[in-house]
Design a protein around this ligand. Structure first.
Ligand code: SAH
Ligand code: SF4
Length: 438
């Protein structure tokens, strides 16, 4: 979501003459788009600001001004503190107000003191953002839903991103068409709780995520659809069926489970049990037998016993994930879990995380290894480190490296996988293989 927001911020600023730059050194404006989900992410902001302060001062000594801004969820959650701890910051704005940036920039450049805008405005920022989209490469993000009403007891998102809001279906489809026109072959629908999408359609009806996917799949030129992140308790039968019916919907689903113990899931307020999660996975795999899953895990949630942790390992072994994000529980200010008894020792969290990641990494490697010899459609969208290398994504989100001298950037090509590592696959173009066989 932050990547998407950053792209849109760049689009808002483009009419003012700003262009994205790949270094902060000498920049007229630097915007830090921040994350508040874990303590480490939030603390990073202050060390980065310290570094930028030096650059800002060096520019000032040269008679130039660097406007320094902080946005994202740290801005939302602790905007006042950012301004206090880093008084050289010019603007702090939350993730819901960046459509007002031109006005904020004007005020900041008039040197009228620090700007703070962390409202949850009545108007939707999406209505005020430019309609034209730019696409860097052939893959694009499209935010269709924002905010969260779930209040998992560990999580800051409902406080920083606000209440759940679904964009109208027509606006989403028109942005999708614009993206395809601008070169996107693959679109990923985004939302903190994307499967609870319920957007208003022009006839007054409400569209679910499944309906939106089916309609978007009709867009000519769009080859691949994905969505993230899903909340398991709200995956409905129509969305499961879409995995069977919609060929453009990729067979890869990020479905965070967090833990494999009912006691912990209850304390987390996740609204699903372990068995319900398992049953959901079974249904999804019946609909789409090659569906690959990824997930999020938290270890060391308050009160997590060794038996609870073992139950999480068991769930992982039974379900199998080809990819996963796993974290030590990080107490966040203002969330109920931060005040719970039985906080887990840091050393225990570290140990559990290492054990969990070893199991998950082995599953990733096994899945990648099983792809050797298979031919996969790969959307090539980046150059590799070595000359003549292109990198792309398989349907299962694996990074695939291909050596080719042909101009295949931003194309979907069939690649036969020749070797596999934990982080990527190596392959050769299928048509080259056919030539070799003939
Ligand atoms: N909406 C998504 C997740 C958004 S946050 C969902 O419900 O699954 C992304 C991930 O960060 C979460 O899935 C969780 O695993 C992790 N996370 C959130 N708060 C955390 C905390 N306080 N400590 C550690 N990990 C956390
Ligand atoms: Fe956070 Fe996701 Fe839970 Fe919402 S559903 S509170 S975003 S973990």
């Amino acid at each position: 979501m932050n990547v998407y927001d950053s792209e849109r911020i760049a689009e808002v600023l483009s009419p003012l003459g700003f262009v994205p730059w790949d270094t902060t050194d000498g920049a007229d404006m630097v915007i830090l788009n921040t994350c508040h989900i874990r303590e480490k992410a939030a603390e990073k902001v202050y060390s980065e600001l310290g570094r930028l302060r030096k650059q800002k001062e060096a520019m000032a000594a040269d008679g130039r001004r660097m406007v320094l801004a902080v946005t994202g969820c740290v801005a939302q959650a602790e905007g006042e503190e950012v301004l206090k701890r880093a008084p050289y910051v010019d603007m702090v704005f939350g993730p819901q107000t960046y459509h007002r940036l031109p006005q904020m920039v004007a005020e900041a450049t008039r040197a009228s003191g620090q700007q703070l805008d962390t409202d949850f405005p009545e108007e939707s920022k999406f209505d005020a953002l430019p309609q034209d989209r730019t696409v860097d490469g052939a893959t694009a993000f499209l935010a269709i839903q924002e905010g969260c009403d779930k209040f998992c007891t560990y999580c800051v998102v409902p406080y920083t991103r606000g209440a759940e809001y679904s964009r109208p279906a027509g606006a989403v489809l028109s942005e999708a068409r614009n993206l395809v026109q601008a070169g996107a072959l693959e679109i990923t629908f985004l939302g903190q709780n994307v499967n609870n999408y319920h957007g208003e359609a022009s006839d007054g009806s409400t569209w679910s995520l499944a309906r939106l996917i089916r309609e978007a799949a009709e867009i000519d030129g769009l080859e691949r659809l994905r969505f993230t992140t899903s909340y398991p308790a709200e995956v409905d039968d129509d969305l499961i069926a879409a995995h069977k019916d919609v060929a453009k919907l990729m067979p890869y689903l990020h479905l965070p489970v967090q833990a494999g113990s009912d006691r912990v899931l209850k304390a987390m307020n996740r609204n699903h049990s372990v068995d319900e999660y398992r049953a959901l996975v079974d249904k999804l795999r019946i609909a789409r037998p090659d569906l690959a899953l990824s997930s999020d895990f938290i270890v060391g949630f308050p009160g997590e016993t060794d038996a609870d942790f073992r139950a999480t390992l068991k769930l992982i072994e039974d379900v199998t994930f080809i990819q996963a994000y796993s974290f030590k529980y990080s107490p966040r200010p203002g969330t109920p879990a931060a005040l719970m008894d039985l906080q887990i020792d840091e050393a225990v969290k570290t140990e559990r995380l290492a054990e969990l990641q070893a199991v998950l990494n082995a599953q990733t490697l096994a899945f990648n290894a099983a792809c050797v010899g298979k031919t996969l459609p790969v959307l090539l969208d980046r150059t590799g480190k070595k000359p003549g290398q292109l990198i792309g994504r398989s349907p299962y989100m694996q990074a695939v490296v291909v050596n080719t001298s042909e101009p295949l950037m931003n194309r979907i090509v069939d690649v036969t996988i020749t070797s596999a590592g934990p982080n990527s696959l190596l392959g050769t173009l299928e048509k080259d293989n056919q030539k070799a066989c003939a």
